[in-house]
Design a protein around this ligand. Structure first.
Ligand code: C2E
Ligand code: MG
Ligand code: MG
Ligand code: MG
Length: 286
């Protein structure tokens, strides 16, 4: 036992926990000026058609280049940015930046932007998206807004109205991390949605056991019922890709296809895919 080797330990002293919370405090402190100092940047990860192997869109993923700690992933700072309210400003920046970038890509390649629930609170979200589209010249149909199921727990009417307004403009709405949160079947019926993104835990689980494969099939049936595109996240192996195809998932995203890449690598990736020089899972298995 570790205790016997390292001597007595006390509930009030746990070096590992103390270190963890110190890191958290530092991140919270630094987050305040990180934005102003231009330390945020975006990486883009392709989403492909499962049958065609063709790139359909890229998801914009926020990154923070910390001057001392290096690159910090969103799971470590987005919760803090939500707590401090910074997420609203950062989210606006991501939206305008992603639209500007995507407008340079060959049409109809799309871009997907993650949006936090708090961004709907001040009532300016829809107008901001409209401005980003107008200023970038990106066709609304090339933009997907990704929201998570946690949205269904707060101010549901405001959010439904905002999503409906976006959809009216031609923007697509995706429900992210589906299958892990609070969405009920009636949410799928009542919300203006175009796409279900099946959480990446299912990509692993569906190849490991029949029960999870059946769950994915159930989600796909729901998708068909509500006329939604289904996208599976976190595809890391050829086996997962093959099963996704066999089950009838329409789009896939994951490290097997590509990790998220810097903005300046996107045009070359599109070009490689278009000229058949990108090794996509379709050609791996076909
Ligand atoms: P998400 O929207 O579900 O994004 C997909 C996440 O899965 C990304 O993590 C991506 O790098 C990761 N991923 C992609 N393929 C694979 C794979 O094959 N295996 C595994 N294990 N992971 C894979 P990332 O970039 O760390 O982002 C984490 C989460 O942070 C995102 O999950 C999203 O909820 C949030 N996020 C990222 N950017 C933004 C943003 O601009 N605004 C908001 N509000 N949230 C963001
Ligand atoms: Mg997402
Ligand atoms: Mg997701
Ligand atoms: Mg996620």
């Amino acid at each position: 036992e570790a205790k016997a080797v390292n001597g007595p330990s006390y509930a009030t002293y746990c070096p590992k926990m103390a270190k963890k919370s110190l890191a958290r405090i530092e991140i919270e402190r630094d987050l305040g000026r990180a934005f102003a100092d231009g330390e945020f940047f975006i990486e883009y990860q392709p989403i492909v058609g499962v049958e065609s192997g063709r790139i359909r869109s890229f998801e914009a993923l926020l990154r923070w280049r910390h001057p001392q700690k290096g690159i910090i992933e969103p799971d470590r700072f987005i919760p803090l940015a939500e707590k401090t309210g910074l997420i609203v400003r950062a989210g606006k920046w991501v939206m305008s930046e992603a639209c500007r970038e995507a407008a340079k890509w060959p049409s109809p390649t799309g871009v997907a932007v993650n949006v936090a629930g708090d961004q709907f609170k001040d009532g300016t979200f829809v107008e901001h998206v409209r401005t980003c589209l107008a200023e970038s010249g990106l066709a609304p149909g090339r933009l997907t807004v990704e929201v998570t199921e946690s949205l269904f727990t707060v101010e549901i009417d405001v959010i439904r109205d905002s999503l409906a307004a976006l959809r009216q403009m031609g923007v697509r709405i995706a429900l992210d991390d589906f299958g892990t949160g609070f969405a009920s079947i009636s949410n799928l019926r009542d919300f203006p949605l175009d796409q279900l993104k099946i959480d990446r835990t299912f990509a692993k689980a569906m190849v490991a056991n029949q029960r999870d494969a059946s769950l994915v099939e159930l989600i796909l049936r729901l998708g068909r019922t509500f006329n939604l595109t289904t996208t599976i996240e976190g595809i890391e192996t050829v086996g997962q890709m093959d099963l996704a195809r066999a089950l009838g998932v329409s789009e896939a995203q994951g490290f097997l296809i590509s990790v998220p890449v810097p903005a300046d690598e996107v045009p070359a990736m599109i070009e490689r895919e278009r000229t058949g020089r990108m090794l996509l899972p379709h050609s791996v298995t076909a």
